[in-house]
Design a protein around this ligand. Structure first.
Ligand SMILES: [Zn+2]
Ligand SMILES: [Zn+2]
Length: 376
């Protein structure tokens, strides 16, 4: 009888500790405490207590009636080389030095046209330059508790840290999933970031984590905002940022499903355009984006963590091919792979998928190992 009581008490204490952790650890954000700002509720995309996709989007698309069985198979399946056995090859680049020499080249009077830079840090974290300014997207460069409980980076891919980043003129966050919005990384980048754009609801996290409200612009689909020129000594340009739809969902354990928006973004600097694809399954948006905004110079596409059991929220390989054909961009880079395993495919599969598509359809693919300086 005593043992039963002791076990019950232990269970109660553990349960209470977990509850306190989930409610009050900053990584879970203010929504775990029920703190929401109200702007999002005026969005036409927020209906009946949730943000909605443009098309009906069931999250589970498998044949089984239960998603739990598919999840169990994913967690226990060790047959498919989901994780590399040896360190992933990466290039060790001095990011600050590379960005500084890019800026010096632009300032140099006799320099001709200067190529912009793109550097990938694995999964969906990347930095690029545009019009003399530095843009950082979905940085997940720390693996502290509790994020480390949910995602373990592949060996070798943890090299890049927030301390290695240069000053960031624009930080872009696409949605609240843990592989895109990381508390520890954003905490450590805070002093370097001059401007942030994010979809509706994400500003709650940033303000909660100490970002000044006046540098954050929260956007709904099809909103436009100026990209403030933080390097006025370098360029004088007109740069609209357009927030665009994706087909996805949001949640963060606590705080409710689809209570914050997911998005892609188009940056246009004097006609040079970059598309930040974010996460999302295939639909007709790629064709519409091409028809509305014209030719895109560089499109960053989601490629990885797909499965037929969740075919509408991440693109399967055949969907990626159709999306690239629809978008008709000049150059492509694919991301969402090579760092975390969040789906049952082999970790090398997305790379092969992208190479095959590019060869078959004669597309310009700039995918390179993590840390490579890509000039575009
Ligand atoms: Zn996601
Ligand atoms: Zn993701």
């Amino acid at each position: 009888m005593h043992i039963v009581l002791i076990l019950l008490s232990l269970l109660l204490v553990c349960g209470l500790a977990l509850w306190l952790l989930f409610r009050f650890h900053p990584a879970f954000g203010p929504h775990a405490l029920g703190h929401y700002h109200s702007e999002r509720f005026h969005s036409p995309n927020y209906r009946d207590g949730q943000f909605r996709n443009e098309h009906p989007t069931p999250q589970f698309t498998g044949e089984r009636s239960s998603g739990a069985a598919a999840m169990w198979r994913f967690l226990t399946d060790r047959t498919n080389q989901r994780v590399p056995k040896t360190p992933v090859p990466i290039v060790r680049t001095d990011i600050r030095q590379v960005v500084q020499s890019y800026r010096d080249s632009i300032l140099s009077a006799d320099a001709g046209p200067v190529n912009d830079l793109f550097i990938w840090f694995g999964h969906s974290s990347y930095l690029f330059t545009l019009g003399g300014q530095t843009v950082l997207v979905d940085p997940v460069l720390r693996m502290e508790f509790p994020a480390s409980l949910m995602m373990k980076p592949f060996p070798g891919t943890e090299y890049y840290t927030p301390e290695m980043m240069p000053e960031i003129d624009l930080l872009v966050i696409t949605h609240e999933h843990w592989d895109h919005l990381d508390y520890a990384t954003l905490r450590d980048l805070r002093g370097k970031v001059k401007q942030v754009v994010c979809p509706l609801g994400i500003a709650d996290y940033l303000r909660y984590w100490g970002y000044a409200p006046d540098i954050i612009t929260e956007m709904d689909w099809f909103d436009q905002s100026p990209f403030t020129n933080h390097q006025s000594s370098i360029t004088n340009h007109q740069s609209p940022i357009t927030c665009l739809p994706t087909r996805h969902f949001s949640n963060r354990l606590l705080g409710g499903a689809n209570r914050t928006l997911w998005a892609s973004f188009l940056l246009d600097c004097n006609g040079k355009k970059v598309y930040i694809g974010g996460d999302g399954g295939y639909d007709d948006r790629f064709r519409r984006i091409h028809d509305t905004y014209g030719e895109i110079d560089l499109a960053v596409m989601e490629n990885g963590q797909y499965n037929t059991n969740w075919a509408y929220i991440h693109m399967l390989p055949e969907d990626l091919e159709q999306a690239m054909l629809d978008l008709q961009a000049k150059q492509y880079i694919t991301v969402h792979h090579d760092k975390f395993s969040l789906a049952p495919h082999a970790w090398t599969e997305p790379d092969s998928v992208a190479q095959s598509i590019a060869a078959r359809d004669r597309l310009t693919l700039l995918d390179r190992p993590i840390g490579t300086v890509i000039r575009w």
